[in-house]
Every structure is written in C-alpha cells, then in structure tokens.
Design a protein around this ligand. Structure first.
Ligand code: FAD
Length: 682
C-alpha cells in the first residue's frame, strides 16, 4: 500500500524516441513521458484539488466492489493513505489520483481522455482488470497500492458488507476494566532526566525496561503509540488497525511485494500478537553463535533468560484448544500423516473460545500476557515513568556517546537526558532512528522477514475463520523435508477487512461471490525462515523505507510450503483450494492431478514484487548483534559499535531469522540486555 517505486514516475528516464504515432494510443514508453509531464504539472499546482482523489477513489470503488459499496470507502481509503510512513509516497499516490481525474492525465495513464471519476462502475472495473496484469509497471503498481486499501475500506467496518457475509463484528462492548498503568502527561516542551531511557515498549522495550528497573535504575519508557487497554479494545477491525498498528497497517516493502505488520501501542506487538510462544530452537542458537561470534547463544546464558521470560509470561501448553480453523488444519495433517503439534502460548485464564479470534485487536479478557500486562507493570511498580504518544526522532550524541533522546509528543518537544539510551522500536523503526541519528555501518542491513503466504480452502460447512484460539496448532513438516530453512505451517484468524485484500480479485462479481462465502473459508499459512537480506533506509523526512527482494531459495521454499498448505486443506475436505495470487489459481480436490498442476501453476506464477499477497508479522535482524563491527551493528553486550551508551534491545538484534515466531527470543535477548546494561551503569 505504498512505496516510492510503486508510483515512481518521477524517477523514470525520458524516452529519447520521438512519438511517431500521433492520433493513436501512445506506445508504452511514450505514455511514460506523458505521465511524467502531466504528473509534474499536477504536483506543481499551487492549490491541489482536494476533492479529485476522493472522486477517483469513488469510481474505483465501484470498479472493485460493484455499485453497492459503502459510501464511506473513498474517505476511509484517503485515511489509509494519510497513514503512509512516507510523505512522498502519499503525495505521489494522491498526485496520480488527481492526474487520473484530468483529461490529459487519464489519456496518458488509461489511454482514454475520460477523467476516471466519470467512469461507470463497469468501465472502472475493466480498467482495474487491465491494470492488474498490465505490462506497464505504473499501472500494476497503482493497482497494487489501491486494491487492498479500497477493499479494506469496504470490508473493515460495520455495515451491509458484514451483514452479507455473516461476520458478526465486535462481540458486544469492551469491558469496564480498570487501567493498570498511568503514563505521565506531557503538556509543554519538557526535559526529563533519568538513568536509562527506553524507546519502544514492545517485546524488547517492555522487558528491558523491567529488568533495568529491577536493577534499581531510574527508567523512562517512551512509546510512539497510545495506551489502550481492555476497556479500549473496541474490536472494530478497520479502526483497530489505525489505533494499534504501525502506520495503521500501510507499511510495505518498496516494491509492494510484502506487507509489514507490527504493533504500535503501549506494549507494542505483544498487545496485538497471537501469543504463540516458541523458545529459540537449538539449531538456530547454534547458527546465531556461529554468525555473531557471541557465546551467550550456546553457553546457557540466553537459555536462562528465555526460561525467565517464559516463567514471567506464564507460557504453557494447556491453552491450545483448537477452533474450527485449527481443527481443519489438524485434520488435514493427520490424514496425510504429517507433523502436527499444539502451540505453547503466553496466556493466563484464556477462554480459548470464539471470542479469542479478536485478540489481534487486543485481548479484552486480559488473558494475553503482553508486556503491557507483565513487564511494563513490573517496571512501573519499581518507579519507571512511561510516556505514550511520543515519536522519538533522534538520539542525542556528544563525542560518540549517547546522552539522551529527543522526540515529539502532541505539539511539544520532549527531551530525555540519560546515562544509557536503549532503542527497542522494532526491526523497522530501530534502524530508522539510528540512521536519523547519524549511525552508519551495518545499521539497517541484514533485515529478515518471515514472509508468509498461504492457501484458502472453501468448505461446505461454516468455518468462521476469524474466530477461535488465535493460534493452536502448527506443522514443521515442510522444514523436516527441506531442512533448517524450510517453512512451517500455521493458521491465523482472518477478518474481512484484511482478508478481502488477500482474496483473488478477477472481477467485482467474482470477488463478491468469494466474499459471500467468507464464513466457509479456512486458511493454512506457510511461513518462511528467510535467508534473503533486506535493508531499512530512511527517506528525506527520516522515515523508514524497506528494500527487500526475495531470493531464489526463499521463493522456492514458499512454493513448496504453499503446495503443502494446499494439500493439507484438500485432505481436510475443502471443495476448492486457491492461493493468495490476485488471479484465481485454484483446484478442486479430485485426485492428485489437479493439485499437482495447481502447485506447478503457483510456483510458475512466482511470489516476488506483488505477484501474490505476502505478509510479514516478524521483522528481524536489521541491527544485528555480533563481535565484528564489519558484520554487525551492535556488540555482544548490546552496545552499538559506533556510539557508547547506546544500546539495542529488540528484534533488530537477531543474527539471522529465528525460524519460529520470535516474541520469546526477543524477550530473552532483552532480558539478558537488561542485566548487561545495568552492569555497565553500575
Ligand atoms: C498481528 C501479529 C501477530 C503476531 N503473532 C505472534 C505470535 O503469536 N508469536 C510471536 O512470537 N510473535 C508474534 N508476532 C511478532 C511479535 O509480536 C513481534 O516480533 C514483536 O512484538 C517484536 O518485538 P520488538 O520489541 O522488536 O518490537 P515491537 O513489539 O513491535 O515494539 C516496538 C514498539 O516501539 C514503538 N516505537 C517504534 N519507533 C518508535 C519511536 N521512534 N519512538 C517511540 N516509540 C517507537 C512502536 O510503536 C512499538 O510499540 C506477531 C506480530 C503481529 C503484528
């Protein structure tokens, strides 16, 4: 849903070849020149027409959804665009929308001099069908950027669409539960002083803050998101993405190939995540020791921290009652004789029933042992001060030593002076902050994403794959076959706002028909352990941009995992199985032939650059730990190689991908970091 190169019309070289075909549809290369010229004039316009993007989005909504979509779609889609991390991406997308509403712009982009807002739904639909598989990158990319946003803007909120598909929406109002933390209010430009300031309050930040406070240090925690607890969890899907997720769920890799999903609220990802609580596998710890040269991975040190964290979070194997989604996966796996096991979870007194499926929008019961319910309470109990809504923009550095941080909160500037600065903003935001602060070297490199895709299965019986224990079963079968970098299979709750963007769109009617069967779908996801190395850069405003191009090995592993996901659903009794490619690549289980042909079809279709919906819930490794400053950003005791008293304590530290859901590994590393940093300060 964004990305410089998605709409990167400015960066294209003008084609020197003259247009010899005046009066006919311009050639592709000449069309780029027209687009560039028209785009430049739109961008130069002193008073951009604010209503044009909404009018174009209304026409496109008709094209994607048919005539009877929610009237709020254009306004909601514009709200999504507002949340993009990069102002330039947003301006470019809005520029293209405005351009599409001029005769010259429409001619250059669509081949017809008809402003898009004037198109009937059928014409807008035809245009989107052409753009979906266009050979012009700009058309494919505009399609890619807008499809998910427009579909989510219709299906993410209460209304006729939810009624039609039988999705109940929030199960009653949020409970009247008391607030357990008291963030301090910042009402003016202010300066605080403390021993250690922690940026970010998620898996890493919450844990390290508690450990530092336990060591007797005066701690300040700064969190960019708000403070939302049980009584605030409204469970309206579309609004929950805005309120609890990083950039309101609009972050993608620059080629739009993979959506990047992370929490942004007090407690970070641990508030919205699915509670799967794997310890770091032995073979991964061994690899981490080799890659980083850090002995702690294999000498029992990290192990002790992992155990301490599991104890504090109440990780247990007795809270995995499967909902229908997990039962179907289990049934398929058992029929095939493949590995299937229950998942350990960090919950206490979890109901493990239908209401669990909304946990991605916050657990109303307080059963999820997020850092908000555990480590941040521990830290606050020992006097740590918490500030929410503060976007830390730079680390203050004097003579290669960190002396504090500076951020914006409301309209105010907040400075926190500290003996130690601990950055734990997650693997996208941590390198962005360090790069903004002038660090270089390995900062931002070696980014790993557990890129995930999956197969949908259509079942005769109702599944309601949005409900049930968030995650209860997994299978390591593909990894057992492919080796340590093979994927694993899991399933996740799917709600209609995000689900509608992953369902194939070949026409408004076909998509609608599939959405009408949404309650009969199930998902078997395949999660890579990637070896691809991406990179976090910053744009001119200092906000993150993520470059990531799947390597052949990971693409191959996705193809194998997806084929196996399809096989599981077929074995579970699906009447049709399809991938998350925008084309409807599907098979009806009927002997092995159709399934094998489908597996070959999706492998050939590929997985890079937006060819399929790819999602990352796990970002890692962008400031990795290690002894060698030429190969890592952070030393064995979590201090950056370049700046003293500046530490990292989050998923950025991973030397390679963890291969399992990473929360416990992150918390283990942050727990250990707390001890190291406290020792430095002693
Ligand atoms: C929907 C979902 C489901 C998941 N399910 C699981 C699961 O079941 N099991 C599992 O192991 N993992 C799961 N994960 C992944 C896991 O939650 C994350 O890997 C983990 O939370 C990352 O920890 P972190 O400390 O690196 O960053 P985060 O937990 O993301 O915390 C970073 C925090 O820093 C804040 N921040 C960022 N920049 C700044 C700044 N400049 N100033 C102030 N604050 C800032 C952010 O707002 C955020 O709150 C899931 C993730 C998601 C999104």
């Amino acid at each position: 849903m964004g990305g410089e190169h998605a709409i990167g019309v400015h960066s294209r070289r003008a084609d020197p070849a003259p247009n010899r075909r005046r009066g006919v549809l311009p050639l592709a290369r000449d069309r780029f020149r027209l687009v560039e010229t028209a785009m430049a004039s739109v961008m130069r316009a002193s008073a951009p027409d604010a209503e044009r993007p909404a009018a174009v989005l209304a026409a496109l909504a008709g094209g994607f959804l048919g005539p009877d979509h929610a009237v709020e779609v254009p306004a909601r889609a514009l709200e999504f665009l507002d949340r993009l991390a990069s102002r330039r991406d947003r301006d470019q997308l809005l520029g293209v929308l405005r351009l599409l509403d001029t005769r010259a712009g429409a001619l250059s982009l669509t081949g017809r001099p008809v402003p898009v807002s004037a198109l009937a739904p059928e014409r807008a639909e035809e245009m989107m069908q052409r753009w979906r598989s266009s050979r012009l990158p700009i058309q494919r990319r505009v399609y890619g950027a807008l499809a998910a946003i427009i579909l989510a803007a219709n299906y993410g909120w209460p209304g006729a669409a939810w009624e039609r598909i039988g999705y109940p929406g929030p199960l009653g109002p949020a409970p009247d539960a008391p607030k357990r933390l008291e963030p301090i209010a910042i009402t003016d430009d202010e300066e605080l002083v403390c021993d250690a300031v922690v940026v970010g309050s998620g898996a890493g930040g919450g844990t390290v803050a508690a450990e530092l406070a336990r060591a007797g240090l005066d701690v300040v925690v700064l969190e960019k998101g708000g403070y939302a607890s049980e009584s605030d969890f409204h469970h309206r899907e579309g609004d929950a993405y805005r309120d609890l997720y990083l950039y309101g769920l609009t972050l993608t890799t620059t080629d739009l190939g993979c959506r990047i999903i992370a929490g942004s609220t007090l407690g970070g990802g641990t508030v919205v995540n699915y509670t799967t609580s794997f310890k770091t596998p032995e073979f991964v710890l061994g690899e981490w020791a080799k890659v980083s040269g850090v002995e702690a991975f294999v000498n029992g040190e990290l192990d002790a921290s992992l155990d301490a964290v599991c104890e504090r979070l109440g990780v247990n194997h007795d809270s995995s009652a499967p909902g229908s989604r997990d039962l179907l996966m289990e049934r398929g796996l058992e029929k095939l004789g493949w590995h299937c096991a229950p998942l350990p979870r960090n919950v206490r007194d979890c109901s493990q029933d239908a209401s669990c499926g909304w946990c991605g929008f916050g657990c109303r019961r307080g059963a999820k042992q997020s850092t908000m319910r555990t480590y941040l309470e521990d830290a606050a109990g020992r006097g740590a001060r918490i500030v929410v809504g503060v976007d830390v923009r730079r680390v203050m550095i004097n003579d290669a030593r960190a002396i504090g941080v500076e951020g914006r909160v409301g309209g105010h500037r907040l400075r926190v002076r500290a003996k130690a600065v601990v950055v734990a903003g997650g693997a996208i935001e941590t390198p962005a902050l360090l790069l903004r602060s002038g660090l270089t070297g390995q900062v931002g490199r070696n980014l790993h994403l557990h890129v995930g895709t999956g197969a949908f299965g259509l079942f005769d019986d109702e599944v309601r794959f949005w409900e049930g224990t968030t995650q209860a079963r997994y299978s390591a079968e593909p990894r057992e076959r492919l080796g340590e970098y093979g994927p694993i299979l899991e399933t996740v709750p799917v709600h209609p706002g995000s689900g509608s963007g992953a369902i194939p769109w070949i026409s408004a009617a076909d998509h609608r028909a599939l959405m009408d069967q949404f309650g009969h779908l199930s998902l078997c996801a395949t999660l890579t352990r990637d070896s691809t190395k991406g990179r976090v850069h910053i744009d001119r405003d200092g906000n993150p941009r993520v470059s990531y191009r799947l390597n052949d090995a990971d693409e191959n592993s996705l193809a194998t995992g997806l084929a196996m996901s399809g096989e599981v659903l077929a074995a579970a009794g699906a009447t049709e199985v399809f991938s998350l490619h925008p084309e409807r690549y599907s098979f009806r289980p009927d002997g092995d032939g159709a399934r094998k042909a489908w597996a070959e079809q999706v492998r050939r279709a590929g997985f890079r650059g937006g060819r399929v919906t790819l999602i990352s819930f796990h970002q890692m490794g962008s400031c990795r730990i290690g002894v060698d400053p030429g190969r890592s950003a952070v030393g064995p005791d979590n201090e950056t190689h370049q700046v003293k008293n500046l530490y990292v304590a989050d998923a950025s530290l991973f030397p390679t991908a963890s291969g399992v859901n990473p929360m416990i590994s992150i918390m283990g590393l942050a727990h250990r970091a707390g001890g190291k940093i406290a020792a430095h300060l002693a």
